[in-house]
Write a protein that binds this ligand. Structure first.
Ligand code: UDP
Length: 242
């Protein structure tokens, strides 16, 4: 697979074209950003860990019937993925209240709601990725109601699968964000990444945070936490012989 020009250079990943127009190479960087790019740092080895963690999760989801863009791992920082048109929506799932929802609604972080909560945000850096609702998304021409219905269905399935994978790893899946893309033939599949940058992960025994909140909140030991997540997930994948 030969690498061609850069398709998109993002905050945490770079997407490169290849000599096959249906495939891209995604390279995970060590750069960390938070609060819409206000807080920045380079965390040595984060890209390597997120590349590995995302790959394990995409392989696990694919084996469980959730189609996604991951094809194979190329090296420590890169994976070969299907090229998709990213739908400019961040789909957020909340099993436990934390982060922006806790702040916005004055709910104590760690509160367990009676139902799973889904938020959608419009991916637009210049607007700060605002929270929107289904009607906004349709009016903006991002998706149809049918596509949204499909996206929520896939997202619910992903939530069930990830909750049980992380539970096996002794980790509570507090919340996470996913993104979807359209394939050439118009199907909607999971894309982007799933990693401690995009999930809140709390150790089930100690409640210790094992995710990007360690960076956002200056809790220290960020990379050690990502390494711990990787170690536990890799053990599960090895044990299953996948
Ligand atoms: N999230 C993300 N990218 C974003 C915004 C949120 O990956 O641009 C993830 C975040 O890591 C958390 C979940 O989505 O796991 C919910 O985030 P929240 O809305 O609480 O925002 P935050 O307070 O983290 O900015």
């Amino acid at each position: 697979m030969e690498q061609r020009g850069i398709l998109y250079d993002g905050k945490a990943k770079r997407i490169c074209l290849t000599d096959d127009e249906d495939k891209v190479i995604i390279r995970y960087k060590d750069d960390a950003t938070a609060f819409n790019n206000v807080k920045k740092a380079v965390l040595a080895n984060k890209g390597v860990l997120n590349n590995r963690i995302s790959a394990i999760i995409f392989r696990y989801l694919r084996n469980a019937g959730v189609e996604n863009h991951y094809i194979s791992t190329l090296d420590d920082r890169s994976q070969l993925c299907r090229r998709v048109d990213i739908i400019p929506l961040e789909v957020i799932v909340r099993n436990i209240i934390a982060g922006s929802m806790a702040r916005r609604l004055g709910i104590e972080e760690g509160t367990e709601p009676s139902n799973v909560i889904y938020d959608i945000c419009y991916k637009a850096d210049e607007l700060g990725d605002p929270l929107i609702n289904d009607h906004h998304a349709v009016a903006l021409g991002i998706v149809t109601y049918d596509e949204l219905h499909n996206i929520y269905g896939i997202t619910a399935k992903i939530n069930g699968l990830l909750k049980s994978l992380f539970a096996e790893a002794g980790i509570r899946l507090v919340d996470f964000k996913v993104e979807f893309g359209r394939t050439e033939d118009g199907r909607i599949i999971l894309a982007d990444e799933v990693s401690p940058d995009t999930c809140r992960l709390w150790d089930m025994k100690t409640n210790e945070k094992l995710d990007k909140d360690r960076f956002r909140r200056d809790l220290g030991h960020v990379i050690e936490a990502y390494e711990e997540v990787y170690r536990r997930l890799a053990n599960i994948e090895d044990a299953r012989g996948l």
